[in-house]
Design a protein around this ligand. Structure first.
Ligand code: NAD
Ligand code: GDU
Length: 330
C-alpha cells in the first residue's frame, strides 16, 4: 500500500494523492514544483521536493520506502510551448521517464500507471476514437508522450515492467469540498478560462474559430471529471496487482461538447452572462476529439460518476469561487 506519485503537486496529481490517501494508501510525492503547488499536496503525504531526472535523489526516495507502484503525472504539457521549445519537452518528459524507469528497475518496482494523452492520436477526423487507432502525434508534446509509452513497452519486454497508459481526453472539475483544483500559469484550458470571466478576472473568453466542420462551427471535445479519472488510475493499479497485462486505455466520457456549448453551460452554472468573442483558430486544434472508453469500462470495470457536464463545471466553479487566485504565489 506504499505508492509513489510523481507530479503529485499538480492539478491531476494532487487529486490522485488525496484519493489514494482516502483509500488507505501510504503516499510519497516527488515534485519539483515547476508547475505544481506545495499547498496542493495532502498533509498526510510525504513530500520530497525533487526533479525526477535527479536519479541520485530519486534512488534515495526508493531506498527509504517499499513502493508497490508508481503513478506518473510529472510532465510539461502545453502543446503550443512544445512546438516552440521541443527540447524542453523531450528532456523533461522523455528523460524524466527514462530516469524514473531506471530507478524503478534498480529497486525492483515493476508497476507504473502513466498519464498519456489524446494528443498521441494527432489530427483525426472520426466520430469516436478507440485505442486501436494508429497513433500519429502532430506536436512535440504528443510525440513525447508516445515515446514514453514506447519506452515502457520495451521495458515490459526487457525487465517485466508492467504498465497502464491512460490516454486522457479533456480533464476538468475539482474534488468537491476538497480545497484542491486547477491552477495553471498561464491557464490555457477552456473551462477555467471561462470561469475566470465569470469571476471578473477576464473581460471575455475568445472562442478559437467558428468555421470548423461541426454543427455550430466550434471545436468539439470530451470532458472527463478529474475524480472519475483518478478512480480509473486506482482501478488500473488494482488490475495490475491482480495479474492483469500491460494495457493502454482511453479515458473520456464518450460525449462531445462544442466550445459554444461549454460557454453556454458555464453561463447556466454560474448565472453570469460571460461575454464571448470569436477569434482565430488556434494552431493544431483538431475539430473533434471524442473517446470511446468502452475498453476501460469493460476491463477495469470503470464507471464514471459525473455524466453531466454542468456538474463537472459546477465542481470547478466551486473551487474557483473559493480560491479565485488559486494557491497564490509560492
Ligand atoms: N490536464 C489535462 O487535461 C491533461 C490531458 C492529458 C494529459 N495530461 C497529463 O496529465 C499529467 C498531469 O497534468 P496536470 O494538468 O495535472 O499538469 P500540472 O502541470 O498541473 O502537473 C504536473 C506536475 O508535475 C510536476 N513536474 C513536472 N516536471 C517534473 C519533473 N521533472 N520532476 C518532478 N516533478 C515535475 C509539476 O511541478 C506539476 O506539479 C501530465 O503528465 C499531463 O501531460 C493532462
Ligand atoms: O481560450 C480558449 C481555450 C480553449 N478553447 C478551445 O477549447 C477547446 C478545448 O481546449 P483546451 O485547451 O481546454 O484543451 P485541448 O483540447 O486543447 O487539450 C487537451 O487535449 C490535448 C490533447 O489533444 C492535451 O492532452 C491537453 O493537455 C489537454 O488539455 C479547444 O477546441 C480550444 O480551441 C477556446 O476556444 N478558447
Amino acid at each position: 500500500m506504499d505508492v509513489l506519485v510523481v507530479g503529485g503537486a499538480g492539478y491531476i496529481g494532487s487529486h490522485a494523492v488525496t484519493q489514494l490517501i482516502d483509500k488507505g494508501y501510504e503516499v510519497t510525492v516527488v515534485d519539483n514544483l515547476l508547475t505544481g503547488h506545495r499547498e496542493a499536496v495532502h498533509p498526510e503525504a510525504n513530500f520530497v521536493l525533487a526533479d525526477i531526472r535527479d536519479k541520485e535523489v530519486l534512488s534515495q526516495v526508493f531506498e527509504a520506502r517499499n513502493f508497490v507502484c508508481v503513478f506518473h503525472f510529472a510532465a510539461s504539457s502545453l502543446v503550443g510551448e512544445s512546438v516552440e521549445q521541443p527540447l524542453k519537452y523531450f528532456d523533461n518528459n522523455v528523460t524524466g521517464m527514462i530516469s524514473l524507469l531506471e530507478v524503478m528497475v534498480d529497486h525492483g518496482v515493476n508497476k507504473i500507471i502513466f498519464s498519456s494523452t489524446a494528443a498521441v492520436y494527432g489530427d483525426v477526423d472520426i466520430p469516436m476514437i478507440n485505442e486501436d487507432l494508429p497513433t500519429n502525434p502532430v506536436n512535440p508534446y504528443g510525440l513525447s508522450k508516445r515515446m514514453m509509452e514506447q519506452i515502457m513497452e520495451w521495458c515490459q519486454e526487457a525487465y517485466g515492467m508492467n504498465y497502464i497508459s491512460l490516454r486522457y481526453f479533456n480533464v476538468a472539475g475539482a474534488l468537491e469540498g476538497g480545497n484542491i483544483g486547477e491552477d495553471h500559469h498561464p491557464e490555457t484550458h477552456l473551462i477555467p478560462i471561462i470561469l475566470q470571466v465569470a469571476n471578473n478576472q477576464r473581460e471575455y473568453v475568445t472562442i478559437f474559430g467558428d468555421d470548423y466542420h461541426t454543427p455550430d462551427g466550434t471545436c468539439i471535445r470530451d470532458y472527463i471529471h478529474v475524480v472519475d479519472l483518478i478512480d480509473a488510475h486506482i482501478k488500473a493499479y488494482e488490475y495490475l496487482n491482480d495479474g492483469g497485462q500491460s494495457q493502454v486505455f482511453n479515458l473520456g466520457s464518450s460525449q462531445g461538447f462544442s466550445v459554444k456549448e461549454i460557454v453556454e453551460a458555464c453561463r447556466q452554472v454560474t448565472d453570469c452572462c460571460i461575454p464571448a468573442q470569436i477569434g482565430e483558430r488556434r494552431e493544431g486544434d483538431p475539430a473533434k476529439l471524442v473517446a470511446s472508453s468502452d475498453k476501460a469500462r469493460e476491463i477495469l470495470g470503470w464507471q464514471p460518476q459525473y455524466d453531466d457536464i454542468k456538474k463537472i463545471i459546477a465542481s470547478a466553479w466551486a473551487w474557483h469561487q473559493t480560491r479565485p487566485e488559486g494557491y497564490g504565489e509560492e
